[in-house]
Design a protein around this ligand. Structure first.
Ligand code: AMP
Length: 163
């Protein structure tokens, strides 16, 4: 369980740490891998969502998955990526949340994932929650906890004991 005081500070206005769908770069499963490579290069991210025509999240596409596909193509020329679609290299969606207030889940997933998709109850893509946005909150918390709470050490030395 996240400490209630910490949760209250981190969760202030949860919608503000969601990057809304309309500014999240994405591709469709039917786009060519060449197109996906161009989009990834242009936005400078290593992984972006794959959406269908109704904005349902279908998977993820990453630079690593495209490179891996390319290395299995004889000749390994970038132009050959136009013969493949995003569906040929798409990665499954492992984790998502349906509520930006599910902080404990988000933090657990974020240990391994740089961003967590937010879906509504119809599985329609709403946006993403990124490590950067959460770290900004953690940074604020680290610098301002004693402006909101009185923190008292439980050990005699005022230091955390090793577990
Ligand atoms: P950050 O924490 O800002 O480094 O973002 C973590 C990851 O989230 C990036 O590496 C991208 O995979 C993804 N991401 C962040 N912002 C966007 C965006 N506007 N469009 C698509 N993907 C994004």
């Amino acid at each position: 369980m996240i400490d209630a005081a910490v949760e209250q500070l981190l969760l202030d206005d949860p919608k503000s740490y969601v990057i809304p769908a309309d500014v999240v770069a994405n591709v469709t499963a039917t786009n060519t891998l060449e197109h996906a490579l161009l989009v990834l290069s242009k936005v400078g991210y290593s992984r972006i969502p794959v959406l269908d025509a109704d904005d349902h999240l279908q998977g993820m596409i990453s630079l690593a998955a495209i490179t891996d596909k390319l290395l299995h193509v004889p000749g390994a020329a970038v132009e050959q990526l136009s013969q493949y679609t995003v569906a040929d290299a798409m990665l499954p969606v492992e984790h998502w949340v349906d509520d930006p207030k599910k902080l404990e889940t988000i933090l657990n997933y974020m240990v391994d994932e740089p961003f967590i998709p937010l879906l509504n109850d119809q599985n329609v893509f709403q946006g993403i929650i990124t490590r950067r946005e959460i770290l900004k909150r953690v940074n604020y918390l680290a610098h301002n906890l004693d402006n909101h709470y009185t923190v008292t050490a439980l050990t005699d030395e005022g230091q955390l004991s090793e577990s």
